[in-house]
Structure formats: structure tokens, C-alpha cells
Design a protein around this ligand. Structure first.
Ligand SMILES: Nc1ncnc2c1ncn2[C@@H]1O[C@H](COP(=O)(O)OP(=O)(O)OP(=O)(O)O)[C@@H](O)[C@H]1O
Ligand SMILES: [Mg+2]
Length: 538
């Protein structure tokens, strides 16, 4: 009966004491009052170390919980007994320590003339949570079997409660941390039900969706209703994740605002431990980020627009430089057409027209006329401000077309052009017009460099070959004055020029074009003199 009462009492009390944080106090008082001890010590494991948490002494029927002793050694108890209990997790009961016993040699027992001693392990699932030490130095045989039963019960209850207190403390700390997060209003947080309700939310969340606390309290705020229809599927998938794993990884979606608009958000959620249908969600407002992203996209778009303008302007300028050359290139086939047509007329005017000769002359005229059309088409394409387009093209063909357009200019400057075009090169995906602009820029630069050569050969060599590991390589080499080492680094910068009439845009635009195609353009010194420019295209 007494056991029952004590058990109930201790259970109720200990539970309550957890909340009041006075568990140890109660435990010690109970131990002393029911066991008839004169002094008691509670030793608990704290971070792998055993420390005296409480000391209780009775005098004149009053119990005082003394100050904690920092370490076990300074506490005043038979250490050999304590160590034995810790090691074996078994209790030690000495009815009369003055009589011979296995611990008689203990210094404390001899010094204090101890009589009744009881040392109990506090076990939580066979883990040692602490030790309860009780003594009565006035009377032997204090700790009777009846009292022992009570004490053992109390000890196991205490061990459990101590553990609970620790867990409860941890929990409280965790809750406090979460509460701080909620209150800080850095991110929106709400408590959800699977049926779509929002039972609680912080200010940040209400601000994000534009609702008031009244709306929340009145139950008008439902996350299902806040979600536009096209996001419902995504939501359902996350709910499935929540049910399966307890968490839903953050995902981007939208919520309706109270005002009717929408807000882009990042949402993550977790289920509460004990409950399957309720949990917490955090919400980050992505409006700012989306705006920033949009701005970046817009400025990238404008940048590439300006870039395209520049590429076009450079092309038109280069064409201007070449106009005499190009005119010559067009004039040639036109002149040939006229000559052939005149010949045909002459043949027809003969007394006995030779129709075979007429046919041949007209055929030649058609061929030359077509060549003119081709050349003009090429020029038109180069002058057009067309958006870039990727074609499968043959690099040698593109090179030869540019050489044709620049031929007159090259001849005018007394330059000899050699080509070494590799056969069966892979087709490359590139914008033909832009690619030809690069080759044209490199040839014009070489021509300009060579025109300053007073002595020695003026040579221009254009080579094509296989790229590494694949694609193609184009090399434009001249025997001009070459580049200084300082020049080598700067020539690709925009507006770097050493020419009186130069803009310094040519090479910078060439590099932009080649890199936009996934290739590389670079310059080196040629041997024995001159400059080499080469680029690769994948
Ligand atoms: N083949 C070359 N040999 C020697 N120097 C060169 C050669 N090609 C370019 N350079 C040097 O690099 C500089 C920059 O060339 P880039 O084509 O960018 O501009 P530019 O030719 O001066 O002017 P533009 O904008 O009209 O092309 C040139 O001014 C010149 O000093
Ligand atoms: Mg140039």
C-alpha cells in the first residue's frame, strides 16, 4: 500500500516538478524523508563527467538542499563505494559501516565513523544516469528492506524523470529558437493542416500575401485557396512528399494576394513529429529576386543588341574600306557579260551567222551574269543587319568568297596571297555572315600591316585545317612588321588602335563573334617576321 502511495506520489510530484524545474530538490527531500538518511548526495552524469548536483542534510527535522559541489572528490563520500556502484551498476548497502566490510579501508568511512550507508545507481534503460548516495552516521540499520524497495522505485523514477527533464530542457531550447525565427519575421512561416487550413502564421507571412491577422483568426486564410490552379499539381506532389518523408523540399510557386494579384514565393514544409496532418511551412518572397532576374535578362538583351549593332557597324565600315575592291569585283563579270553579249551580236550580224558560236557567247554571258549576281548577293548579305543564324557551312568556301571580295585591294598593294586549304574538313555550324566578317577583318588588318613594308616580300598566307580535338582551325599569317609584346596583349581590347584612321574595334568584334560560336581567337608572332592570327570553331 505504502509503495503504491509513494509511487503515485512520486510520479505525480516528479512530473509536476519537471515543469517547475525543482525535480532534484524534490527527489532529495523524498529520499531523505522516506529513507531516514541524515545526509544525501545526488551525483549526475554531465557531459561524460560525474558531478554532485545536490547535497541534502537533515538537522532538527528540516531538510536543506545544499550548494552543489563541483567535483565528486571534494564532496565527502566513500569514493571506493561510489566507483564500485558506477562500475557494476549495482547498489551497495552497508547496515553498519563500522563493522568489517569490503569497503572498511575507505578513508572517508574511517574518518567519519559512518554507520548506515546506501549507494544506489540511477539507471535509465541500463544506462547510468547518476548515483544517489545516502548515509546516517548516528544509527546503524537505518535502511530496512521496506525502505529499500521504496528507494529503488524512487531511484528508477528519478532516473527517468531526470532524463525527461534534460529532454524537456532541450526541447524548450529548440522551441525558443524556432520561436525566435518565427518572431524575427525574416521569412514567412505558417502552420498548415492537410485539409487546407492555416491555423497560425507570423507577420512576415501575412505581409507577403497581404492579409491581416483578423483574416487569419477568422479562418479565412487557406493555403489551398491561396494557390492558383496551375500550381495545385505541384502542391499535390509536395503533399505526397510530406506524407512519405515528412518534409517537402523548397519549391517555387505563386500565391494569390488578397488584392487579387500574385506573388512569386519559395515554399518549403515539414510535418510535425507527432501529427500526420499538420506541420510548418516557410515562405520566402521572391518578388525582388524575380525583378532583379528580369533586369539582368533585360540588360543582357540590350547588351547583345548593342553588340549586334557594333558587329554590323564594323561590317559596314569594313565594306566601305573595301568598296573600291568590291566595285572592281562586280565590274569584272559585268564587263565580261557585256563583252560576251557583244560577241554574240557580232556573230548574229555576220552574213552567215554561226549559231554555235552565238550559243557559246551567250552561255558565257549568262555565266558571268550569274557570277555578278552571286557577288552582289554576298555583299548584300554582309551589309544586311540580320540576326545571327547557324548554318552548316563549308569553311573553305567561306574563306574563298572573302578572298574574292578582297582580291582587288590585295593586288593594289602588291601583296601575294597563298592559300593552303585542307580537304574534307568537317562542316561547322556557324553564322556565315559573321564568320566572313571575321576573316575579312583579319585580311584587312594584314593588308594594312603589309602596306607599310618597304623592303622584302609582302606575303599573306591563309590556311585551313582540322581543329583540336575537332572542328576547324583557320590561320591568317602575314609578313608585315608584326606585333610588339605589349601590343599582343592589347590588340583585342576595344578601341585599341595604332592607325590614324582606325577605330580599334575590328579584333574585339572578331573575338566576340568567335567566342559566341564557342571558338577561340588568338595572335602570335610569325616566323621569321609578321603576325599570325588564328581561330578555332567547334
Ligand atoms: N596583322 C597585323 N599586324 C600587325 N599589327 C596588327 C595586325 N592586326 C592588328 N594589328 C594591331 O592591332 C590593332 C587593333 O586592330 P583592330 O583591327 O582591332 O583595330 P584597327 O584595325 O586599328 O581599327 P578598325 O576598328 O578599323 O579595325 C591595330 O591598330 C594594329 O596595331
Ligand atoms: Mg582592323
Amino acid at each position: 500500500m505504502a509503495d503504491d502511495r509513494i509511487r503515485r506520489l512520486s510520479l505525480i510530484n516528479l512530473r509536476r516538478e519537471i515543469i517547475e524545474g525543482k525535480l532534484i530538490d524534490t527527489l532529495m527531500r523524498t529520499a531523505i524523508e522516506y529513507a531516514g538518511a541524515e545526509r544525501g548526495l545526488l551525483i549526475l552524469a554531465r557531459n561524460d563527467e560525474y558531478r554532485v548536483e545536490a547535497e541534502v542534510t537533515t538537522s532538527d527535522d528540516t531538510v536543506t538542499v545544499g550548494q552543489r559541489q563541483p567535483s565528486v572528490t571534494a564532496a565527502g563520500l566513500p569514493e571506493s563505494i561510489l566507483h564500485y556502484v558506477m562500475r557494476t551498476k549495482e547498489s551497495v548497502l552497508l547496515h553498519d559501516a563500522a563493522a568489517a566490510n569490503p569497503f572498511s579501508a575507505d578513508e572517508y568511512i574511517q574518518r567519519q565513523h559512518a554507520r548506515s550507508i546506501l549507494c544506489l545507481p540511477l539507471l535509465k534503460q541500463s544506462r547510468l544516469a547518476g548515483v544517489l548516495y545516502l548515509e546516517n552516521n548516528l544509527t546503524a540499520h537505518v535502511f530496512t528492506p521496506a525502505r529499500m524497495t521504496v528507494l529503488n522505485l524512487l531511484a528508477s523514477q528519478a532516473a527517468m524523470s531526470l532524463e525527461n527533464t534534460r529532454l524537456y530542457g532541450d526541447l524548450q531550447e529548440r522551441e525558443a529558437r524556432i520561436q525566435r525565427l518565427v518572431d524575427s519575421n525574416i521569412i514567412g512561416i505558417f502552420v498548415w493542416d492537410l485539409d487546407g487550413r492555416i491555423s497560425d502564421a507570423n507577420e512576415a507571412f501575412l505581409r507577403i500575401v497581404g492579409y491581416s491577422r483578423d483574416d487569419l483568426v477568422s479562418g479565412r486564410l487557406r493555403w489551398r485557396d491561396l494557390t492558383p490552379t496551375e500550381w495545385r499539381d505541384a502542391d499535390d506532389r509536395r503533399v505526397a512528399d510530406l506524407e512519405a518523408t515528412g518534409t517537402a523540399h523548397p519549391y517555387e510557386k505563386e500565391y494569390f494576394l488578397k488584392s487579387g494579384g500574385r506573388v512569386p514565393v519559395l515554399v518549403g514544409a515539414a510535418r510535425f513529429g507527432g501529427r500526420h496532418d499538420q506541420g510548418m511551412a516557410f515562405v520566402v518572397d521572391l518578388t525582388e529576386r524575380k525583378r532583379a532576374e528580369e533586369e539582368i535578362r533585360e540588360s543582357e538583351r540590350r547588351y547583345s543588341e548593342v553588340q549586334m549593332e557594333l558587329v554590323h557597324a564594323n561590317r559596314v565600315a569594313t565594306m566601305g574600306q573595301l568598296s573600291a575592291s568590291i566595285a572592281h569585283e562586280v565590274m569584272q563579270p559585268i564587263a565580261a557579260t557585256v563583252t560576251n553579249a557583244q560577241a554574240a551580236l557580232r556573230f548574229l550580224n555576220a552574213r552567215r551567222p554561226n549559231l554555235e558560236e552565238v550559243r557559246e557567247a551567250l552561255g558565257a554571258a549568262v555565266k558571268e551574269g550569274n557570277r555578278t549576281i552571286d557577288v552582289i548577293d554576298g555583299i548584300r548579305a554582309l551589309n544586311k543587319k540580320a540576326p545571327p543564324r547557324k548554318d552548316d557551312l563549308e569553311i573553305n568556301e567561306a574563306v574563298l568568297e572573302v578572298i574574292a571580295l578582297t582580291r582587288a585591294e590585295v593586288l593594289k598593294n602588291g601583296i601575294s596571297v597563298r592559300t593552303q586549304l585542307a580537304e574534307s574538313l568537317p562542316l561547322i555550324r556557324a553564322d556565315r555572315v559573321q564568320l566572313q566578317q571575321v576573316i575579312m577583318n583579319l585580311i584587312i588588318n594584314a593588308v594594312e600591316a603589309l602596306s607599310s613594308v618597304r623592303e622584302g616580300a609582302r606575303e599573306l598566307v591563309i590556311t585551313t585545317g582540322k581543329g583540336e580535338p575537332d572542328g576547324v582551325l583557320v590561320v591568317v599569317r602575314d609578313s608585315g612588321p608584326g606585333l610588339s609584346s605589349a601590343g599582343l596583349e592589347r590588340i583585342f581590347e576595344a578601341f585599341y588602335t595604332t592607325k590614324p584612321g582606325g577605330l580599334g574595334m575590328g579584333l574585339s568584334i572578331c573575338r566576340t563573334i568567335i567566342e559566341a560560336h564557342g571558338g577561340r581567337l588568338w595572335a602570335t608572332a610569325a616566323q621569321p617576321q609578321g603576325a599570325t592570327f588564328q581561330f578555332t570553331l567547334p
